[in-house]
Design a protein around this ligand. Structure first.
Ligand code: NAD
Length: 254
């Protein structure tokens, strides 16, 4: 029994980092949680959580593939339907702005923005349908944006553009889905200790730069983002929709 004990969630990019932390936090709150990831490691990562008695499931899938995402969303029928979607899958490609290739720009937009669009649209269609049959059931859609939705890194053109787009896509979904009692919010992490961060913060100088613009003086932990996902998924946030909640150790206040 927990805050989300009768709910079902899907988390994309759930095999590692922030996604894995969201899977952990949601399932610890009692939520039946399905981790989806393009990396087959998702299967072994979930075995570990299942061994702890947590209600987790895993499916290998690609957020860029609509048919796959549609199937995965429909599979929640066996668990009583879908209540929470965490569209977290994301990638980064770095290059000097003048050197960034179309291939790298497109790759990032395809996963971070188009992939989130596909994921959230499939989830929303399912939730709207459920609400027609069970009025008031609602639903919560959570996207994983970034401080880079508004603060740019010059070597991450595609990433900055994708996250700005994702926060605005989230506002669009909030407006479109409000009549169905479905909420949509984004989380905007600052620097969180995961593989993505390690690919950007590659040396001591970069680490120092990241810390120097973080008033709390430390890199964040994935679990600190997982807890926000639980909050946004739960009735504790029932009047919040269309927001990006930044968890950045104070960076945006600078
Ligand atoms: P990560 O690389 O540790 O995890 C990302 C996961 O997404 C991986 O398991 C990867 O296999 C999966 N993935 C990639 N492409 C996919 C696809 N097409 N379909 C399904 N799964 C796919 O990264 P992370 O740091 O945990 O990042 C998670 C999210 O948080 C991303 O959207 C990222 O942009 C965002 N974010 C991270 C930070 C940070 O500092 N780590 C800061 C702001 C935002």
């Amino acid at each position: 029994q927990g805050l989300l004990h009768d709910k079902t969630a899907i988390v994309t990019g759930g095999a590692a980092g922030i996604g894995l932390a969201c899977v952990k936090a949601l399932s610890q709150a009692g939520c039946n949680t399905i981790a989806v990831d393009i990396d087959e490691q998702v299967l072994s990562a979930m075995q570990g959580l299942r061994a702890q008695g947590l209600p987790v499931h895993s499916i290998v899938g690609d957020v860029r593939d609509r048919m796959q995402m549609q199937k995965i969303v429909q599979s929640t029928e066996a668990l009583g339907g879908l209540d929470i979607m965490v569209a977290n899958a994301g990638i980064v490609r770095t290059a000097d702005f003048l050197e960034m290739t179309d291939t790298d720009f497109d790759a990032v937009l395809d996963v971070n923005l188009k992939g989130a669009f596909i994921t959230c649209q499939e989830a929303a269609r399912k939730m709207v349908n459920q609400n027609e049959h069970s009025p008031g059931r609602g639903g919560s859609i959570i996207t994983m944006s970034s401080v880079n939705a508004v603060m740019a890194i010059p070597t991450c053109a595609g990433y900055n553009a994708s996250k700005g787009g994702l926060s605005n896509l989230t506002r669009c979904m909030a407006l479109a889905l409000a009549p169905h009692s479905i909420r949509a919010n984004a989380i905007g992490p600052g620097s969180i200790m995961t593989q993505v961060l390690q690919s950007v913060v590659t040396d001591e100088a970069a680490r120092h730069r990241a810390l120097s613009r973080t008033p709390l003086g430390r890199i964040g932990e994935p679990d600190e983002i997982g807890q926000i996902a639980v909050f946004l998924a739960s009735p504790a946030s029932s009047y919040i929709t269309g927001q990006t909640i930044y968890a950045d150790g104070g960076r945006m206040a600078l």
